[in-house]
Design a protein around this ligand. Structure first.
Ligand SMILES: NC(=O)c1ccc[n+]([C@@H]2O[C@H](COP(=O)([O-])OP(=O)(O)OC[C@H]3O[C@@H](n4cnc5c(N)ncnc54)[C@H](O)[C@@H]3O)[C@@H](O)[C@H]2O)c1
Length: 283
């Protein structure tokens, strides 16, 4: 597994919110992979006991079965604040005090302004932002008591850049950044860190389900990043594991952009096309 550093989470406990995967597998993939699942598997590979929540008990259980370590599958709808709180309690009761909470769950929106309904907007805000606030609020007292804890939020470039298509997704991902910073500032002096991975175009099961797998879609998703390909859930997970680990002991309240150079490209680089900006051989 990419970027696995043996033992960084030995003896530690993690909660991954939204750690199932909902969508088709990639060609040749035995188990459909999404960011939450890859994060849970990565943390387990580095020694963590991992509690996985999902709105679907079956999807959470699938992830836990793939962990190859100590795990706990929990059914919890992130749209329900009581379920979020209960999931934290059940994770602590089942695996012990939490060292790491990964706020991964995030749903797409209903569309652009004018087509977005109030119900779709509220649901995205509930799942993508409120659930993370409520989960963190429940996990924090135990972390404060022990003087350590790390939150990693799974964000998106949509929190900083609009494609004009996804009002509630963009709005909620921007709000999520503020939530991470709030926790970092409020609890930093008590040994708690909070950071966000800002993901670009990741070839996850959810992206295949929502965006499709036709040649055009796969083409533009691969064409836009400077690295000329989509990222993988495992690459997203490696960045999450870094921020959750002691290797990032002095990193808090910030964002790690994991987008293969999607957002470093200026508009003229995109407009001119890859061939025009690609370095000639030797240069
Ligand atoms: N895939 C990408 O291109 C991409 C890009 C940027 C950011 N992200 C972010 O990555 C995160 C994970 O996305 P993914 O693509 O890996 O998805 P995924 O399909 O792999 O996993 C999402 C999981 O969340 C669960 N879920 C959905 N609604 C839920 C709810 N109300 N309560 C609990 N669980 C629920 C689903 O059942 C599914 O198992 C999201 O926050 C998303 O915004 C993804």
């Amino acid at each position: 597994m990419a970027g696995v550093t043996a033992g960084r989470f030995a003896g530690r406990t993690a909660l991954v919110v939204g750690g199932g995967t909902d969508g088709p597998a990639a060609p040749g993939e035995a188990l459909p992979m999404g960011n939450g699942r890859a994060i849970a598997m990565h943390l387990a590979a580095e020694g963590a006991a991992v509690a996985v929540t999902d709105v679907s008990a079956e999807r959470a259980a699938e992830t836990v079965a793939a962990l190859g370590g100590i795990g706990l599958a929990l059914e919890a709808d992130a749209a329900d604040p009581d379920a979020c709180r209960a999931a934290v309690d059940r994770a602590v009761a089942g695996l012990g005090p939490l060292d790491v909470v990964v706020c991964n769950v995030g749903i797409g929106g209903g569309g652009p302004i004018g087509r977005q309904t109030v119900e779709q907007y509220d649901l995205a805000m509930d799942v993508n932002v409120r659930s993370h606030w409520v989960t963190a609020e429940r996990a924090l007292p135990g972390m404060v008591e022990r003087g350590r804890g790390a939150f990693v939020f799974v964000g998106s470039v949509a929190g900083a850049w609009s494609n004009g298509f996804a009002l509630s997704y963009e709005t909620s991902k921007a709000a999520q950044l503020a939530l991470a910073r709030h926790i970092a500032v409020r609890f930093g002096s008590r040994g708690i860190r909070a950071n966000t991975v800002v993901l670009g175009l990741i070839a996850s099961a959810m992206s295949r389900r929502e965006q499709g797998t036709d040649g055009d879609t796969l083409g533009w998703r691969a064409a836009l990043p400077a690295l000329a390909r989509q990222g993988t859930p495992e690459e997203a997970a490696a960045a999450v594991a870094f921020l959750a680990s002691d290797d990032a002991a002095y990193v808090t309240g910030t964002e790690l952009v994991v987008d293969g150079g999607l957002t470093c490209r200026s508009p003229d680089s995109l407009f001119r096309g890859r061939d025009a900006v690609a370095a000639p051989q030797g240069g």
